[in-house]
Design a protein around this ligand. Structure first.
Ligand code: PXP
Length: 242
């Protein structure tokens, strides 16, 4: 089975920094440490309300990293202009609601085709690899393909929050969506809510190419350090595929 890439989301280093203002802890320092600890990419979400990552963080990440930067962004003109300037390796289009605590659902690629099309096209034309953050649903996979996005990221939040038989049901949806997505030529990623405890069944899905993980890794770093936190996740992902 191919190696599964680990994208480390460093947003919540910025959350801690912003709780006090000032410069510490610096999410760019965390990103470089993550890179040295074996992360295959860095993910950062520049939210419209700038609650964690700032414009300056994105500019510094784009300059400092040797591994790919994946910019999570809402489909707005403002974010499009920032992405075109920063030129990240990839841009993941996410839905954004100001009052939500985190990205609560996938983007409606099927229902918002007309609004999304120019943004996906412009990003793609600039050489930025576009990913649609969607629910594990065939309609959304077909719609992402129709938009011309080469990549989708399946939202694993419902799986991560479910227990017992409901978790098995959610896992099956992600397995089916990953297989279907790959069969129609999409590169399939997954993420949201993944932890040491729930990552293995997801990492074992052969069609997945990348997981994006943030909140748990940054929280765990408080206890064992960021390097150890990332290396442990890396090991569990590798174990799931052997
Ligand atoms: N992927 C996407 C598209 C996200 O929006 C997020 C959260 O910012 C993640 C992955 C990472 O989720 P978590 O922080 O729960 O690991």
């Amino acid at each position: 089975m191919s190696k599964l890439r680990l994208g480390v989301n460093i947003d919540h280093v910025a959350t801690v920094r912003n709780a006090r203002g000032g410069d510490n802890p610096d999410p760019v320092r965390a990103a470089i440490l993550a890179q040295d600890a074996g992360a295959d990419g860095i993910t950062a979400h520049l939210r419209e309300d700038r609650r964690h990552i700032s414009d300056d963080d994105i500019a510094r990440l784009a300059q400092s990293l040797t591994i790919p930067l994946n910019l999570e962004m809402a489909a707005t003109d403002e974010m499009l202009q920032i992405a075109l300037k920063a030129r990240p390796h990839a841009a993941c289009i996410v839905p954004e609601k100001r009052e939500e605590r985190t990205t609560e659902g996938g983007i409606d690629a099927a229902g918002q085709h007309i609004r999304l099309q120019p943004i996906v096209t412009e990003l793609g034309a600039a050489g930025i690899r576009v990913s649609m953050f969607i629910e594990a649903d065939r309609r959304q996979l077909d719609a992402s393909k129709a938009l011309g996005a080469p990549v989708v990221e399946l939202h694993t939040g419902a799986y991560a929050h479910a227990t017992g038989a409901a978790r098995d049901t959610e896992l099956k949806k992600i397995q089916d969506a990953a297989a279907y997505g790959a069969s129609i030529g999409l590169e399939v990623h997954a993420g949201h809510g993944l932890t040491y405890e729930n990552v293995k069944p997801i990492a074992a899905i052969a069609q997945l190419r990348e997981l994006n993980i943030g909140h748990f890794l940054i929280g765990e770093a408080v206890f064992i350090g960021l390097e150890h936190s990332i290396r442990t996740m890396r090991r569990l992902m590798d174990e799931a595929r052997t």
